[in-house]
Design a protein around this ligand. Structure first.
Ligand SMILES: C[S@@+](CC[C@H](N)C(=O)[O-])C[C@H]1O[C@@H](n2cnc3c(N)ncnc32)[C@H](O)[C@@H]1O
Length: 361
């Protein structure tokens, strides 16, 4: 496939996704509003909408646009496969350099067992998931550029917005930061740029993503991040390792037992008086959206999103040992009103709490 064909096909898919986001979603919402009471439950919305062609085409488009983006004839998977020899050397060289640095900026643990859930599903329809394919990090990086199709270039990236929010929630500027489930570094690098003197540990299960992150960090001159292959549920890092422990889009990728483990681990890693800040999908404005996101969980291979919606995260954070727990709507772009958005969006939510300064606090 030549570059121009790939770009044209991906641009076409993105244009259809925009249509789906800005036309199909509001049309379905209007249908439900016209037929059902304002407080209709997700089950009532399902009963009404599921038999309709409007909903069925909406659902088909959601699943198949993502499938085509990754696995179609002009998808990210064949595109990267065909360019394997051209793309991988730069990443491997940066990863080798980061691993050899003293202290290391990249630590991989090839013998670390990967949890069964992690390899059981091609999460968000990423073929083979993120665990093993050396191209997975590059593919994910490319795919993530259009995850939120309504974010135009005029918008500050949502990860930068989260960095501002998270630092604003901290009682004092953190002396150390941990980013759990950093992926290819998109959630970490804004912290690295905002805090150029602060050591940051960014961990993930995916070696291909961590290598891509090390490469991106080198390109951006961020040399104070340690990219570490580790499980966010049991990192092996000491208690109180950072004043700010954060994650972006980790929680909805975890089965319920692992979700509770990760919350407990984030509380344990947080230094007394420090702040835990998770960004994920949780606050849902009404039954219509709950129905739509339940469907997204099924259609986009996100099996643990629905159980997250059903979890009382305030209680779970408190059980993990955190206090002053807050659940805050998060506007991923300028001008977005999470309570009154006309288009499809993820239900971005900041879930935050403080580790008590002392056992008595
Ligand atoms: C949706 S991605 C988000 C990546 C990054 N935080 C970002 O905002 O771009 C979720 C990440 O969670 C990682 N992950 C899933 N389960 C994990 C676990 N138990 N420990 C560490 N990372 C995990 C995946 O490998 C993936 O990189």
């Amino acid at each position: 496939m030549n570059e121009a064909d790939f770009l044209a096909a991906q641009a076409f898919l993105l244009a259809v996704k925009r249509h789906w986001t800005t036309q199909r979603y509001p049309a379905l919402r209007a249908m439900a509003q016209a037929a059902l009471p304002a407080d209709a439950s997700a089950q009532q919305v399902a009963q009404y909408l599921e038999p309709t062609p409007a909903y069925q085409t909406f659902a088909w488009l959601e699943r198949h646009l993502q499938k085509m983006k990754y696995s179609g004839a002009y998808g990210l998977a064949p595109y990267h496969d065909q360019r394997r020899d051209a793309l991988l050397p730069a990443v491997e060289a940066a990863a080798a350099q980061a691993s050899a640095a003293v202290p290391p900026r990249l630590t991989l643990q090839p013998n670390m067992p990967l949890p069964a859930y992690y390899q059981a599903v091609d999460i968000h329809q990423h073929p083979q998931g993120l665990a093993t394919n050396p191209l997975a990090g590059l593919m994910y990086e490319r795919g993530a550029r259009s995850t939120t199709p309504m974010l135009g270039a005029r918008h500050q990236d949502l990860h930068t917005r989260l960095t501002d929010v998270a630092l604003g929630l901290c009682a004092q500027p953190p002396a150390r930061v941990i980013d759990l489930a950093c992926g290819f570094g998109k959630s970490t690098l804004p912290f690295a740029h905002a805090l150029p003197q602060v050591p940051i540990t960014a961990l993930d299960l995916s070696a291909p993503c961590l290598k891509t992150a090390a490469w991106q960090a080198a390109e951006q001159g961020a040399r104070h991040v340690h990219w570490l292959q580790a499980n966010a549920c049991a990192t092996g890092l000491p208690d109180g390792s950072a004043e700010l422990v954060t994650s972006t889009m980790l929680l909805h990728e975890l089965p319920t037992p692992e979700l509770h483990q990760a919350l407990a681990e984030s509380a344990r890693l947080c230094a007394p008086g420090g702040q835990v800040v998770h960004l994920d999908f949780w606050l849902i404005r009404d039954g219509f959206d709950r129905f739509i996101y339940n469907g997204h969980s099924d259609r986009n291979n996100e099996p643990f999103m629905k159980p997250l919606f059903e979890t009382d995260v305030v209680q779970a954070m408190a059980q993990a040992g955190l206090v002053d727990v807050q659940v805050l709507p998060f506007a991923e772009a300028e001008g977005v009103d999470p309570a009154a958005h006309p288009h499809w969006r993820f239900p971005w939510t900041v879930i935050t709490g403080r580790r008590p300064a002392s056992a008595a606090a």
